[in-house]
Write a protein that binds this ligand. Sequence first.
Ligand SMILES: Cc1cc2nc3c(=O)[nH]c(=O)nc-3n(C[C@H](O)[C@H](O)[C@H](O)COP(=O)(O)OP(=O)(O)OC[C@H]3O[C@@H](n4cnc5c(N)ncnc54)[C@H](O)[C@@H]3O)c2cc1C
Length: 396
Amino acid sequence: MNTTLKRIDPRRPFTITAAGLRRITLGAADEMYALHDEAGQFGTAVPAAHGTAAKPRRTTQAAQRTLLVAAHSDRGALDEHARQTLAAAALIAGAATQVVLVVFGALHDDGGAPGADKIIELASFGSRAFAPEREVQALAACVARFAPDHVLLPDNAFGDGDLGRRYAALAGASVATQVVQIDAAQVGVYVHARRSLALRALPEVVLLAPGAVDPRLPFVGAGERIGAEIGETFDAAGSRYVDRGIEAVDAARVALEEADFIVSAGNGVSDVTAFGRLAEAFGAAVGASRVAVDNGLFRRDQQIGATGKTVEASVYVAFGISGAVQHLQGIKDCRHVIAVNLDASAPIVKRANLTIVGDTQSTIAALIDEIGRARQAAPHPQDTATLNQETEGVTA
Ligand SMILES: Cc1cc2nc3c(=O)[nH]c(=O)nc-3n(C[C@H](O)[C@H](O)[C@H](O)COP(=O)(O)OP(=O)(O)OC[C@H]3O[C@@H](n4cnc5c(N)ncnc54)[C@H](O)[C@@H]3O)c2cc1C
């Protein structure tokens, strides 16, 4: 008897059925995908994109309705959670429904690829500035312009969750927060300490929990950029809030789980002092593999992996780490993984977005030099502040 079961990659592209179930598209991943029609049913199959092949447009019908997605950008890009929220809108949108994306901050990426049909870039806003009243007015102006059926935002602590709640309160709109399940008709949220799932009809404002939707779509949106005049008209005059800016904290004091930039050392790092200097120069938090911790070079609370911390950094640089499955478990949610390893066939290379095949010590030394040169050419704002303070001290 043949007991070999074919395993299906659970992260393959899927659609959400009207019953709220994820339906992974069976068959070859790059053959055919089904699209929704207006009633949320599966429609015509079209060739899907895979690899370098162009993906089909989700719909080419004239828009009669709108789903609006709002999110702050992160250094000119949408983060994973924002892309999931955009994907949710694109997956539940019918053929005559357009997905309009409002980005608070600059967006250098193509918004069509993650599912937007129209993109409004409000470049004067951003996740580094605190302007809750102006933002909610700008969002209300976008809603007034497009009259969307629903507004979707990522439910995060970086501005979007707050903006969604403020908007719902301002508009007196129905809202669901921390939504873990969504389809064209309803949303689901955990209740009773996550022991039950409560379902309700799709509210006007949906705040999506992270990880509810796979952002890899088998189609693209039209990606048309439209007027950014919305939002530029709202000034800070009369605001009850004062933005006191962002205070830089020592990267070493940031909890690994919250760090956005982590450099991590494994058994292939022998010069721990130079590694520490590099982390400081980058302003990155420090992580380590279990072997590096067991060797006494790093603290136990710096261990990353199955029996250590799970991290979600935008950038994770693994120096001399082989990428054992237990370590990879701890970095599964990192956005960009960069590996430095002598062995081009180490498992970490498969996970990495970029690999430097080379020696950790010489790479660390070269990076420290490069950062020094870059700082001299364009001083870091913090360096300038320190310099200014010192200069003031001298003249006083
Ligand atoms: C139950 C259990 C739980 C575990 N939990 C964890 C965990 O939470 N976290 C964790 O990390 N591990 C965990 N492990 C251990 C894990 O299996 C690996 O042993 C460990 O991750 C290996 O660490 P490493 O990659 O640093 O070392 P190694 O496996 O020794 O790999 C070193 C790597 O560095 C490269 N290298 C060597 N010298 C250089 C150089 N000069 N320049 C560049 N590259 C170089 C090598 O090519 C190699 O790829 C666990 C194991 C078990 C059984």
